[in-house]
Design a binder for this molecule. Sequence first.
Ligand SMILES: [Zn+2]
Length: 209
Amino acid sequence: MTNRLPRMTCVIGPPAAGKTTLTTYLHNQFHSPVLRPRDAIAFALQQDPGLGSLFARDNRGWVLDPALGLALRITLARLDEPVILEGLPWDAFQLADLHQHTRGELTILRLRAPTAILHQRRSQRMFCATCYPKPATGEATCQSCGGPLTTRADDDHEAFHDRLDTHRSNAAAIQHLAADPRIPAIDLDTDQPASRVATEAFTAIGPSR
Ligand SMILES: [Zn+2]
């Protein structure tokens, strides 16, 4: 069986849905790089430091959607191996860009979980500044590096609500475009053990190729 990833696998979903856990799993299985919004921005800036002002962050720590789209295009132009995207596409325009870029060889994994579960995970999750974005394990100190664990600033209640709302409105537009039968979109319920979510994802994108 020759399992391989499609040209592009996009893992999207609301904050605390388990995106990093799933992309880490896919990375370990398929050895394809994981690209997150901050990676694309860093790469674009490395290619052209003169773009710096386009990537100014607002008080929520976000860059403008068109700037993120630009960073994505700059990054993808240099990547010609299968890639796993985490938290991307962020909006329907980026999805259209990705569809063009991959000539349709992209699969979307949409993570879903009840809002109450997302809030519960938000209030419990900790992160390690050294190991991030790798999910942190441990109570007060990181089991990987021994550093202190803290909560994420954008996980505070109000910021989290804001991120959830923004995700919902963008997700509706993405869903509309992904309804195009040429774009396979697979829904994964993440209100179950992470290993089951991973198995479902693997079954959905792996063996059939
Ligand atoms: Zn650590």
